[in-house]
Design a protein around this ligand. Structure first.
Ligand code: PLP
Ligand code: COI
Length: 363
């Protein structure tokens, strides 16, 4: 099943793609976001012409004017989704959700709206030519669609020219520890997003602003940073690159509500659906860091996990702060976290019934 694009991609394939030997070496232990495939998709947009010059072509450096607006005012948005091997085919997971979130991000950053069909078609065509880059075992192909302002102009206003690009990266686990529980650092000095800002938007600027807090987390030996709300510095929002869930002694789950300051994660939404389907209560409710600490110590909180496309579902075992550290459920992945992860991964790989029709076959 292919999307019906309103724009066809001109195809120019790589004249010297990676050799079988080079590919095998790169796919042995790809890590995350370092190994890139042979091709990319580019589509231009300009005022007056709209979307045009759509190409599937060899991956190569882009040429930018030094006055390109993105370099000055950060008009840039992106998405992240994965292609998986499923049986002897290749599938995408809920790509229409990424297309819609990309449109919402574009609207917030005053950028042109890419039709959903063009977004999905671009990804499908790239996956078709580079599917052999999906690593064996539990690796996947991480697709990174992005768009930025490339008009050469220094006045501050929405740009009149943009480039949409899709690249693909062969990836393994996001965290170096693989399936081990991760540790998180509470950011007290920095917040990620405030009401009316871009917290619900997948724009590069959010990540730029989070890097100092992430660096602090790394300095303290943690995998990720956890942000509190910007108004009261009290409510848990999300991690630097993933949403967060809490699991209590009665088997119920809680996750911070979407309210404009956190990213509406597609994994978050999928986990809520999967948990509810098996009778687990899920509330989308504010949870303070104070409650988190208290409930972890009393044992009321049994598990916590991070989730996202890159992170999948990753148990949180330890929380570190300037005032001391605490562990959750003994610091190892708990049974509900493991079960939800297993179900999600099995659906993504065609090993479990896909009741919600989340998986879209590409090959
Ligand atoms: N929150 C942030 C800040 C993220 O960067 C991501 C990753 O995309 C997520 C949450 C999870 O979103 P998704 O599950 O759609 O990948
Ligand atoms: C993703 O999960 O797709 C993200 O963009 C998050 C980032 C940590 C890689």
């Amino acid at each position: 099943m292919s999307a019906e694009p309103s724009l066809s991609l001109a195809r120019k394939l790589h004249s010297a793609p990676a050799s079988a030997d080079a590919l095998a070496a790169m796919l042995e232990n790809p890590g995350f976001g370092r190994v890139f495939t042979d091709h990319m998709v580019t589509i231009r947009w300009s005022e007056g012409r709209g979307w045009h010059d759509a190409q599937l072509r060899p991956r190569e450096p882009l040429t930018l004017d030094p006055a390109a607006a993105v370099l000055h005012y950060a008009q840039e948005i992106f998405e992240g989704l994965k292609a998986y091997r499923a049986g002897n085919g290749v599938v995408l997971f809920r790509p229409e959700q990424n297309a819609r979130r990309f449109q919402a991000s574009a609207a917030r950053l005053a950028m042109p709206i890419l039709p959903e069909s063009v977004f999905i078609h671009s990804i499908e065509e790239l996956v078709k030519v580079d599917a052999h880059w999906i690593p064996p075992g539990d690796g996947s192909l991480y697709l990174r669609p992005f768009m930025f302002a490339n008009e050469a102009f220094l006045g501050v206003r929405p740009a009149a020219e943009y480039l949409f690009v899709v690249i693909a990266s062969a990836v393994g686990a996001y965290f170096k520890g693989g399936n081990k529980a991760v540790s998180v650092w509470l950011s007290k000095d920095y917040t990620r997003a405030a009401a009316g800002g871009t917290g619900a938007t997948k724009c590069g600027g959010n990540y730029a602003a989070s890097l100092i807090a992430q660096a602090e987390a790394i300095e303290h030996g943690c995998d990720q940073v956890v942000f509190l709300d910007a108004a009261e510095h009290r409510w848990v929002e999300e991690l630097g690159g993933m949403n967060v869930f809490f699991v209590f002694e009665d088997g119920s789950l809680l996750t911070p509500p979407l309210g404009g300051t956190i990213l509406p994660g597609i994994t978050r939404d999928s986990v809520i659906t999967l948990a509810r389907r098996q009778g687990l209560a899920v509330t989308e409710k504010r949870y303070s860091f104070e409650e988190w600490q208290r409930d972890a110590k009393s044992g009321k909180l049994r598990e916590a996990f991070a989730c996202g496309t890159a992170a999948v579902v990753s148990a949180i075992g330890e929380v570190k702060t300037t005032d001391g550290n605490f562990t959750i459920g003994g610091g190892t992945p708990g049974p509900i976290t493991e079960k939800l992860k297993d179900q999600l991964v099995k659906i993504q790989r065609g090993e479990m019934a896909d009741e919600n029709k989340w998986v879209r076959r590409v090959l």
